[in-house]
Design a protein around this ligand. Structure first.
Ligand code: SF4
Ligand code: SF4
Length: 193
């Protein structure tokens, strides 16, 4: 019958309109910024650098290999590799980024830097309220602003961060030297004739 579709549509609208007085989930409008919808696990915005332990310098996973800088399509990552090495969180001497900047006015949130990083050092943040009146320097994120703890990473991407922890623990276990074989007992003194 002509008009059935319109009537069905109006019935859905009416049901949601009346229902919204009784069930909060029928309300589609969120009164931002007082109210916020939870962001899904895989929501992403701009990259951050992850560090382990409580020390943002010593625990930084990044070893300044510069792969992300090379692969970033709009070339918005700038890294200066250190001249010296410092022990990483596992005590192994590593280079580190003396400078690590990301120009988020250029970043297109493609996540390619994350995909190519062999050290699980760069991940995507969920922070989106970064607008500023100043277009250039204020949107240049420096190492100190980019560095976030693994605990923070777990708070924004719990499933992904747990998987990464598992992978790193597995890799660390493989690198551990195998335990030395037990020493043979000393030979018994031979009895003379
Ligand atoms: S998310 Fe994409 S554009 Fe942004 S820094 Fe990473 S590779 Fe570059
Ligand atoms: S974030 Fe990853 S890919 Fe980029 S320089 Fe650091 S270790 Fe290399």
């Amino acid at each position: 019958m002509i008009g059935t579709g319109i009537l069905k549509g109006m019935a859905v609208t009416a049901r949601n309109f009346v229902g919204s007085y009784f069930e909060k989930e029928r309300l589609i409008t969120v009164q931002y910024p007082e109210e916020r919808s939870p962001l899904p696990e895989n929501y992403r915005n701009f990259p951050i650098l992850i560090y382990d332990t409580n020390d943002a310098e010593a625990g930084l996973r990044c070893v300044a290999c510069k792969i992300c800088e090379k692969e970033c399509p709009p070339q918005c990552i700038y890294i200066v590799k250190s001249e010296d090495k410092k022990p990483d969180y596992m005590g192994k001497p590593q280079f580190y980024p003396a400078v690590f900047d990301i120009d988020i006015s250029v970043c297109m949130s493609c996540q390619i830097c994350v995909e190519v990083c062999p050290f699980e050092a760069i991940k995507m943040d969920k922070v989106f309220e970064l607008s500023t009146r100043e277009r250039f320097d204020a949107l240049l994120q420096r190492k100190s602003e980019l560095s976030k703890s693994n605990t923070y990473y777990h708070s924004i991407h719990p499933i992904e961060a747990a998987e990464v922890d598992g992978k790193l623990a597995e890799a660390a276990a493989k690198k551990k030297p195998a335990p030395a074989p037990p020493k043979a007992p000393p030979a018994a003194p031979s009895l003379g004739n």
